[in-house]
Design a protein. Structure first.
Length: 217
């Protein structure tokens, strides 16, 4: 589990590609502290397992499902990536609950400056937008952000200078693909409601009809 508070940006040193998977070597510094083989590091919003590491960086495998759902397959040597270690049990919860399991991707359709902030509009499909609500949380390339506004096909986020300078967002351009993880709570609530069994109350047209049949009025 992650918080969406990026610890540092790293750089892809090399990528070994298979038919539908890949292995990354990521140059890093801060996220190596206390990290060992088998630990999780969030790379551009994707939870990856460290397969090996040295004093300069770490290696991680990317399976075909992750390649399909995320933008990691489009990375190349030299690409900058957002990095965050898994949240310690005694750590501060500065962002929101980020699982590192990407729901899909979006495209940056507009970038507008508003005084000190920069507003990014992200276009994505309607299936994704059902879980994105104004003033709710969303993770973009692993960054915990608040949705400023939303409609059926897109949403906006407002980025303060600190976030821009400490993540890869400042280098993004219109047309770039970005990883999206929607708020996990909405998905769980939808799943539970879909399994809800109809109660006897559902057969009554009104509360008055129920009360009358059961002798209350």
């Amino acid at each position: 589990m992650f918080t969406g508070i990026i610890e540092e940006t790293g750089k892809i040193k090399s990528i070994k590609r298979g038919a539908s998977s890949a292995s990354l070597y990521v140059l890093a510094d801060k996220v190596l502290e206390g990290t060992k083989t088998g630990d999780s590091i969030c790379v551009n919003g994707v939870c990856l397992t460290v397969t090996s590491l040295d004093e300069n960086g770490f290696c991680a495998d990317v399976m075909d499902e992750t390649i399909r759902r995320s933008s990691l397959g489009k990375l190349s040597a030299g690409s900058e990536v957002n990095l965050e270690r898994a949240m310690p049990a005694n750590g501060r919860f500065g962002g929101h609950m980020v699982s590192g399991h990407i729901d899909g991707t979006g495209i940056i359709s507009d970038i507008t400056r508003e005084e000190m902030a920069v507003v990014y509009r992200i276009k994505t499909d309607e299936a994704m937008m059902r879980y994105i609500v104004t003033k709710g949380s969303v993770a973009l390339d692993g960054i915990s952000l608040t949705v400023a506004a939303s409609d059926d096909k897109s949403f906006t986020v407002s980025i303060i200078p600190h976030t821009g300078s400490h993540t890869t967002l400042s280098s993004k351009k219109v047309g770039d693909i970005i990883n999206i993880e929607t708020d996990i709570y909405g998905k769980y609530i939808e799943k539970m409601n879909s399994k809800k069994k109809p109660s006897k109350l559902d057969s009554y047209e009104s509360a008055t009809e129920f009360l009358a049949e059961n002798g209350f009025i």
